[in-house]
Every structure is written in C-alpha cells, then in structure tokens.
Design a protein around this ligand. Structure first.
Ligand code: B12
Length: 288
C-alpha cells in the first residue's frame, strides 16, 4: 500500500499557512512529522489529521478548503499531488449525488493550489462531463441523473468564478454565445471564465442566441471578439444559414471569431474573420 506523505510546502498549502509556520509548529510539538536522513520534514496524513482535530478551531486560515473529516484530508492530498484520475472519479460521484459543496471543494482547492484554470477545465471538468456522456450512452445513467450531475458541475463552475482573480483593467471585450437550438453551455461558461481571467470584459449571451441578437450586441458593446461554442446541432442547413449571417455581421463590425465544440465540424466555416478553432481551454487561454 502506498504511504501518503507530504513535504512542508504541501502541508503548508493544505493547512493554509506559510512554510515557516509549519516549521514552527513542528518545533513546538504541535504538528508531528518524520525527519529524513537529509533533515527534511515529511508529514503523513495522520499527522495533518491529528493537527486538524486538535487545533482546527484555533482559527487556522485553511487554505484549500475547510477540513472537516478524513475524507477531506484525503481529497486535499490528491489535489496537492495532482492526481486528476482520482479527482475525476470523486467529482463524478459527488456531482451525481448533487453534492455541490463537495464538487466545489475540488475545483476551489485546485485553483487555490495554483493549478491553472485551463488545466482544471481540460484535465478535470471536461473528462468528467465526457464520462457522463459515455455512462448515459452505455445505459449506466438515467437522463435525470445526467441532469443532476451536469447541473452540479455547471453551478460549481459559476461559483468558482467568484474566487478567480480578475484583472481590474480590461484588455478587450468579447461576446460568448451558443447558436439557436443549443442547450450545451458548460464549455462556453468555462471559455468565458478563461477570458475574464485574461482581462476581457465578457458579455455572456449563452444558450439560444440568434444572429439578430448578435447584431444588436455588436452595436451596443463593440466587442473585438466573438466566441461561439457548438456541441449539438439539430438542423444543419438552418444553423449554417445562421452562422453565415453571423459571419457577415462580424465582417461589417470587424469582429474576430473563435470557435469551439464538436458540432462545429458539421458546418462550412471557411471565412477570413475566423481566427481559430479551439480544442482546449489551454488553447483558449494562450490565444486570448
Ligand atoms: C451535459 C450534457 C447535456 C445537458 C446540457 C446542460 C448544459 N447546460 O450544458 C443537457 C441534459 C441539457 C443535454 C441535452 C442534450 N444532449 Co447532451 N450532453 C451533455 C454532456 C454529458 C456534456 C456536454 C458538455 O458540456 N461537454 C463538455 C465540453 C467541455 O466538452 P466538448 O463539448 O467535447 O468540448 C470540448 C471542445 O470541443 C472544447 N470546446 C467546446 N466548446 C468550446 C468553446 C470554446 C470557446 C472553447 C475555447 C473550447 C470549446 O472544449 C472541450 C475540450 O475538449 C455530453 C457528453 C459529451 N461527450 O460532451 C452530452 C452530448 C453532447 N449530448 C448529446 C445529446 C444527443 C443531447 C440531446 C439531443 C439529448 C436529447 N435527446 O434530448 C439534448 C440536446 C439539447 C440541445 N438542444 O442542445 C450527445 C451529442 C451527440 C452528437 N454529437 O450528436 C452527447 C455527446 C452525449 C452522447 N454521448 O450521446 N446534454
């Protein structure tokens, strides 16, 4: 069995204090540790657990999230170690139970542990959502469970937005939309968060935005960029017509277009205003 150990930096992250505080607590005997032959401190889960039980009420500013029990400590271990596969399983399980706070803990925890936002989206949220799709197709998930799960994840992404450090000074303006008939808006929400992080003023129009609304948005808010996410298209010719109209409006207003989502492949999208087809949130981050 693997023995779970933290170094001082990881222990500091979990307990929400500086490394120097960790050192002091070990010297005062408040926090137990193992000293390696090289003189480094190593902490077992049990050491941190004992500390939390004894001193958690002494207003420790817990950095990752409030540690209520052994399970929370276990999750914080996987966060600090970046065990995304374990975290995906945990998030799926908790989301299907509609345990918003538990899903939130993981997203907030990863962000506070300094994982880039795009990594949280590409390595945790996207695979979890894809898994819901597979489970649903495989008959392992009812439609209502899939709704519970995806809505819980959607809400936790919106809440995560609350702790993202957004630059006060704006570097640009972007409109984010889904085409008519589209309900899948989670990827778009994540793209919007990435843009906000990069200093964009985002106008989030979301599900069911038609070409007419885009034109009104351009006139009023004068964006430089338009982000379109398309996951599912019911009527391809109709959506193609709508896309053509949107691209015409972009041409008139000098707006650059960034596309994402699997259903985009169903459309003809050769156009000088289209700057990029984005396959990940990492790409969205580095092209923003
Ligand atoms: C959640 C979900 C729903 C929710 C949506 C809730 C919401 N508010 O979004 C609900 C329950 C409403 C729903 C409904 C339907 N859904 Co649905 N849904 C899903 C599910 C599980 C997750 C979708 C999602 O958010 N994916 C997460 C994103 C991050 O992944 P992605 O779309 O692959 O995007 C990647 C890239 O393309 C990129 N990206 C995407 N967009 C953008 C945008 C930008 C700007 C950037 C930078 C990047 C980017 O980022 C991702 C990274 O790789 C998928 C399963 C799946 N494989 O995705 C099915 C899935 C998309 N749904 C499907 C279907 C069939 C439907 C319905 C038709 C079901 C029905 N019969 O009613 C309806 C259609 C509703 C409609 N009118 O749109 C199918 C689509 C199959 C197809 N391609 O034809 C899927 C694939 C499930 C399946 N395996 O069959 N769904």
């Amino acid at each position: 069995m693997e023995i779970k150990q933290f170094n001082s930096i990881e222990a500091a992250k979990i307990l929400g204090v500086n490394v120097s505080t960790i050192k002091r607590w070990t010297e005062e005997g408040k926090l137990e540790c193992i000293k390696t032959a090289g003189g480094h401190r190593k902490f077992l889960m049990a050491h941190l657990g004992d500390y939390v039980k004894k001193y958690n009420h002494d207003a420790v500013k817990v950095h990752l999230f409030p540690l209520e029990d052994e399970n929370d400590l276990e999750i914080s271990y996987h966060i600090v170690k970046g065990d995304f596969n374990v975290l995906i399983d945990h998030v799926i399980r908790r989301a299907l139970e509609s345990k918003l706070d538990k899903v939130q803990q993981v997203l907030n925890g990863l962000y506070l542990a300094d994982y880039p936002l795009y990594e949280i989206y590409d390595r945790l949220v996207t695979p979890a959502l894809h898994r819901f799709g597979e489970m649903w197709v495989g008959g392992d998930l009812s439609i209502i469970e899939e709704h519970f799960g995806s809505q819980t994840i959607r809400d936790s992404i919106i809440r995560l937005q609350g702790i993202i450090k957004i630059p006060a000074e704006k570097t640009g303006r972007a409109i984010c939309l889904n085409l008519s008939g589209e309900l899948h808006d989670i990827a778009l929400r994540m793209a919007a968060n990435i843009l906000e992080l990069k200093g964009y003023q985002v106008y989030f129009s979301g599900q069911y935005t038609s070409a007419t609304k885009v034109e009104q948005g351009f006139e009023r808010f004068k964006p430089q960029r338009l982000y379109i996410s398309s996951t599912w298209i019911e009527n391809v010719p109709q959506t193609q017509e709508e896309m053509n109209r949107i691209l015409e409006v972009c041409e008139q207003h000098g707006v650059d277009v960034y596309l994402g989502g699997q259903a985009i492949q169903l459309l003809q999208i050769e156009h000088p205003r289209i700057k990029n087809y984005l396959r990940s949130f990492q790409e969205a981050y580095f092209t923003a």
